[in-house]
Design a protein around this ligand. Structure first.
Ligand code: GUN
Ligand code: FE
Length: 426
């Protein structure tokens, strides 16, 4: 019965069972059977007795982290122009940098660095934006395939309100480039799948959105984009789409807002009641990006309200709006900004707890990929082994304290091992 995807990890195991419940089993046994979790036990059940036992000592074992929103081509300029708001930051930094990915030599260098970074990080699954360039996007997918992480990668669509050097010449041309990219990538990989990626409403004509909506239905593709992030952006969308009741409806009118295929929308800082209702109805995911929303002074998303209302929610780093690719950092930031919102904006919405932040960065985002982000029986076996021995402390800490401290104090040097679907990444 033993094989490379049948084994047992022994250690201090922590995982979410639901949004409020963090289960911790000290010196427990986490069973991997055919790349899936067969559960967490205090002793090894009879039927798994002959599985290879890997003793992780006193280390922590948690589910892999999920990044629902990150821009690969922006990794190169993180930490720059963080005194600008969204629309100026896009024009000053983002668009000129993304234009360079028309050059495959440049894309190769930059995407190699990005893929190596993602491999070393705590992230096991991610939704990734590339640029408008089909060939460079395929190159990024090749690199991501080799990391062993499970990712969805999107060629970006932009056919209006964009600088000449980063604007597709027509809706038809954008669709044709998308189709060509899809034909190369839809069945090419084990770990990477394409995701439709209209940048946001201001950069896509109605004609383009209609074409993308048809592709979505024909090829049953998921969708990622941006929603209700910044006040000037929202005003702009209102003027571009005067007949829609909310920003989300501007996607929904073309069938590009959840439904049969999953959609994840980044930010949702200012979503109205109407927009929230529509997201619930269509099963649209929120990618909460607290560091980006702070860096670009976008605002603070009401995540407590979204959790109360049962919206599907996970975390995103939104590199380079966010300067760190760490979902541990996103968990800590999600807690911090929820406290500021509670203190300064709305005292009826309590800050989110550590348990909830941990859920968002694992199981909350993980469900975008199916059963991922937990060790409940049947979930994909994505796991991190955490070594906090160098984060020393004069007093003994319990497992929950060690985990909480880890999300605030660790970096990738403290990640001692990583598995995706039962395969060891490092
Ligand atoms: N809205 C449209 N494009 C972008 C982008 O690249 N980053 C962020 N944060 N918001 C956007
Ligand atoms: Fe973004």
């Amino acid at each position: 019965m033993t094989g490379d995807r049948n084994f047992i990890l022994k250690g201090n195991i922590c995982y979410s069972e639901d949004v409020h419940t963090l289960r911790m089993v000290e010196q427990g046994f986490l069973i991997c059977q055919n790349g899936k979790s067969a559960g967490v036990f205090h002793s090894i059940p009879e039927q798994f007795q002959d599985f290879l036992l890997i003793d992780c000592g006193d280390k922590l074992i948690i589910p892999g982290l999920v990044d629902l929103h990150i821009h690969a081509p922006q990794y190169s300029f993180r930490g720059l122009s963080m005194d600008l708001e969204l629309l100026d930051w896009l024009n000053t930094n983002t668009f000129p940098e993304e234009a360079r990915y028309g050059d495959l030599e440049y894309a190769k260098k930059a995407y190699q660095i990005f893929a190596e970074t993602m491999k070393k990080s705590g992230t096991t699954r991610a939704c990734i934006f590339a640029t408008i360039h089909g060939p460079a996007t395929e190159l990024l997918m090749d690199f991501m395939e080799d990391t062993g992480l499970k990712t969805m990668v999107g060629k970006v669509n932009m056919d209006r309100n964009s600088p000449d050097y980063l604007c597709e010449p027509s809706a038809q041309a954008s669709e044709a480039e998308t189709l060509l990219w899809l034909s190369h990538t839809r069945e090419k990989y084990k770990n990477v799948t394409p995701i439709l990626t209209p940048r946001f409403i201001p950069s896509c004509t109605d004609d383009l959105m209609e074409r993308l909506g048809r592709l979505k239905r024909k090829y049953r593709l998921p969708v990622q984009s941006h929603l209700s992030e910044n006040l000037s952006e929202i005003e702009w969308v209102k003027s571009l789409c005067p007949s829609t009741g909310c920003y989300g409806e501007a996607y929904d009118q073309f069938g590009m807002f959840g439904g049969e295929e999953k959609t994840v929308m980044a930010h949702c800082v200012y979503s109205s009641e109407q927009e929230i209702e529509l997201m619930k109805k269509r099963g649209v995911y929120v990618a909460h990006c607290p560091q980006s929303n702070t860096n670009l002074a976008s605002g603070i998303a009401p995540i407590r309200a979204y959790l109360n209302q049962g919206l599907k929610t996970g975390l995103g780093t939104d590199v380079a709006g966010g300067s760190s690719e760490s979902i541990f950092r996103a968990m800590a930031d999600a807690i911090s900004v929820s406290k500021l919102r509670w203190r300064l904006v709305d005292s009826s919405l309590k800050p989110i707890t550590f348990e909830e932040a941990f859920y968002l960065g694992t199981m909350g985002g993980g469900s975008f990929f199916g059963e991922a982000g937990s060790f409940l029986e049947g979930y994909e076996f994505d796991a991190l082994i955490l070594d906090d021995s160098s984060l020393s402390h004069p007093q003994p800490l319990n497992t929950r304290e060690r985990l909480e401290r880890f999300i605030y104090l660790s970096d990738d040097r403290h990640i001692a091992g990583k598995y995706v679907e039962g395969k060891r990444i490092f």
